[in-house]
Write a protein that binds this ligand. Sequence first.
Ligand code: GTP
Ligand code: MG
Length: 686
Amino acid sequence: MQQYGLENIRNLVLLSHSGAGKTSLSEVILFTTGAINRLGKVDDGTTTSDYDPDEVKRKISINLTILPCPWKGGKINLIDTPGYSDFVGEVKAAVRVSEGAIIVICAASGVEVGSEQVWAYSEQADLPRVVFVNKMDRENADFFRTVDELRARFGAKCVPIQLPIGAQDNFQGVVDLLALKSYVGSEMKETEIPSSLQNEVDSFRNRLVEAVAETDDSLLEKYLEGEELSPEELGGGLRRGVLTGSIVPVLVGSALQNIGITSLLDTVYQYLPSPKEREVVIVDGSGEQRPVEPSEDAPLAALVFKTSADPYVGKLTYFRVYTGVIGSNSQVWNASQEGSERIGQLFVLKGKGQEPVSQLRVGDIGAVAKLNVTSTGDTLCSRDNPVKIAPVVFPGTAFSEAVHPKTKADLDKMGIALSRLAEEDPTLEVRREADTSETILSGLGETHLEVAAEKMLRKFGVSVVLELPKVPYKETITVPAKAEYKHKKQTGGHGQYGHVLLALEPLPRSSGAEFADKIVGGTIPKNYIPAVEKGVNEAMQEGVLAGYPVVDLKATVYDGSFHQVDSSDICFKIAGAQALKKGLSQGQPILLEPIMNLEVTVPEEYTGDIIGDLNTKRARVLGMNPGGGVNVIEAQVPQAETLRYAIDLKSITQGRGSFSIKFSHYEEVPPQVAQKIIAEKQAKKA
Ligand SMILES: Nc1nc2c(ncn2[C@@H]2O[C@H](COP(=O)(O)OP(=O)(O)OP(=O)(O)O)[C@@H](O)[C@H]2O)c(=O)[nH]1
Ligand SMILES: [Mg+2]
């Protein structure tokens, strides 16, 4: 296994809107660099990156994949990511451990919502980047229109360093605007620059030179004086511009036709930074934050950015070495968990392939199986030098469903399977909802949860059905009521006797339920009162309208009678329960529903659509806070109307909106809605 120096490694993340061609591009890059010798296809389910059965089935990427490629004596750790927004957790993890990004744009679709999103992520992470305009061979592909869109959306820093030769079914190759050379076909054969392109070449070359000149005062002076910049000056200036983010080179090609790939590789290897060029910020033992030089001689600091449940090797931990060296069969310190961890065999990953290595050095990415205390986000280091590296920040969950096991056997295994899944995927959350006795799985969207359910079956043999969660309705009364129940039976030997009079009164919202004893003169002996209370409390668990728990009610036992021989605890319990039921029916009962505080953040132009939709959801809009092109809309919405909000918001805004939601309080369900809920409940019972 060849070891690479820090200067010769590039950790580069592939980012795009779903379907722009990242995985196809990663496959043709692996092929071009000789990392693989059979070129797979997404449509055939044969790529190195999309090896997971869920990915093969859906023909989309779901997981990040590490794809090392040898290039010009160095190594590019390419990280393919999913474009589908439900799997953005993987994108965040991949961005966190990369020094540079390749943003793929489809030449036919242009800049899409997902392009904007990944652009924002790389901006937040301060990642130098290049844009690859892919699918130039496709119908409707238009490089110049796409460049206009890029510049309109992301600014004039998007500067083409190549132009396409031909387009759509006549796409042949690229013109290199730096070297002023022209290449065609997948073997990138050098040819004359087509004369028909000369005008464009001149004007785009000028733009490029001007952008490069602006990176440096002395270059700018030379340029303004009309002097030619040398190839070294151009290259050096371009690199500076890319590293500082003032230039984003735009390249062009076709992953499927294998055109433009070697020049893309040359460009990213030459212009995107090595790990040496990015400072690492650590938090040392004393809690102080400080930058350190990435170096092989420094003590170890490695960040765990992903954990997966591998069917063959068990738990697989992915990490990136930021300083120092980690060796196979060694002992390290997990500073996050404050525990020691034994490292067995280290691996370098290539898709699903794992190649054993003796060590992994600064700047590199690898994996190790079967760690005990370590989970995603932890830092591995040496015990003498405990340090932490800021972990990946994962997005909060947005969509929840209840998980119902199909059989008793599934029920028994479900808990373990769910907790393993949540351990593997930090954007999944499992919890038990006490009010409805349901197990709730939360994630980023419908597809995310569907994939989780499929994984449960495939990896753990657990069959489940997902459904929207039940709403924890409650019941209460609106007027005071008095109710009497006499439980009296004469069966065989001695009989049964319990007699209770209850006074019920409604309490303000969120008061819960109360029980009081106002018996005077021992009409019910003291020792039976706890039985009455028990009966009342049990009956409160199921209201009389639709069987939901009763709240905000005070039940006072104020009278009754007993029988010397026939009375017993059980009799008074029954009498208490039945008296409560009668009282509830007389108290003009109503249903209560949880009301949520919803905060929606959308680009301002969607405000009208959002409000319109909220109006159909029985929402009360409380406020709007426009600013900086976005509007934050605050509303109170019944929980029942918010269960699919993640999906609705996505379709209203094409994925440009986000929201947060929190329980606020309970309120009366409007009568028409209540009638429906009660009818449904009765239908279910029948
Ligand atoms: N014509 C043409 N089709 C392409 C090209 N690159 C990719 N495709 C097709 O576009 C579709 C999506 O390609 P992928 O490589 O899976 O795209 P992706 O960006 O990885 O998609 P996600 O993983 O869902 O984000 C597939 O059908 C590819 O065959 C290209 O250069 N030209
Ligand atoms: Mg993909």
